[in-house]
Design a protein around this ligand. Structure first.
Ligand SMILES: C[S@@+](CC[C@H](N)C(=O)[O-])C[C@H]1O[C@@H](n2cnc3c(N)ncnc32)[C@H](O)[C@@H]1O
Length: 193
């Protein structure tokens, strides 16, 4: 499925206005203004804002197996999939450290949604230590070619340019007094492990 088809499906399925465009260098760029409904349904600290999962789902109707990484209390009724979190109390499919993902058969998934803690202050809320983003991206190199990684963060993680192509970048605005965030969508290239 090419990106024009993904964008068309996004507009059709969500009913939101067109907000994603294919730029001159073939990269997809866009901005999502999340509107007034910025609440987190689960009320989990740092949880996805209302509407986020629905938007991402509409971009990837072709995907068959999704992995929610740093899953927290992700709403699986909106976006079904398996989950990974370091906190066993959250009862994820895999209790694992995203920096190694030793117990996760990554080659079985064609889509990963990653929502890491953004800062040390955020980690204090989860009782975890700060994540080394480059190690997470290194672990994700075990994905199969053409798998996509949707990474929501305030920082672009370090990644190998011969392994991942950043195909789309989307700025995300919530309401006043909330931090700006960016979504980077990587595709696993076929070239190397
Ligand atoms: C921003 S929250 C994710 C919230 C989620 N998107 C939701 O909608 O509920 C980050 C999560 O990462 C988890 N986490 C922190 N460090 C981790 C690590 N090294 N490996 C896996 N999970 C980790 C935390 O326990 C927390 O649940």
């Amino acid at each position: 499925m090419d990106w024009q088809n993904r964008i068309d499906n996004y507009v059709r399925e969500t009913g939101f206005p067109l907000s994603l465009f294919i730029a001159g260098d073939n990269r997809v760029v866009g901005t999502w203004i999340m509107g007034n409904d910025y609440r987190v349904k689960s009320s989990y600290y740092g949880g996805y804002p209302a509407g986020y999962l629905r938007r991402i789902k509409a971009l990837f109707p072709d995907k068959e197996r999704t992995l929610h990484l740093f899953s927290g209390k992700v709403d699986l009724s909106v976006f079904p999939g398996d989950t990974v979190d370091i906190n066993p109390d959250l009862k994820p499919t895999y209790i694992d450290d995203a920096q190694s993902l030793k117990s996760v058969p990554l080659e079985k998934y064609d889509l990963v949604l990653a929502d890491p803690p953004y800062s040390i202050e955020d980690c204090e809320r989860y009782g975890t230590s700060m994540v080394k983003r480059n190690l997470v991206m290194r672990a994700l190199q075990r994905l199969s070619p053409d798998a996509h990684v949707v990474w929501l963060d305030q920082v672009l993680p370090m990644y190998r340019k011969d392994v991942f192509a950043p195909e789309a970048v989307i700025g995300m605005w919530k309401s006043t007094n909330h931090r700006f965030r960016g979504i980077t969508i990587f595709r696993r290239l076929a070239t190397r492990h």
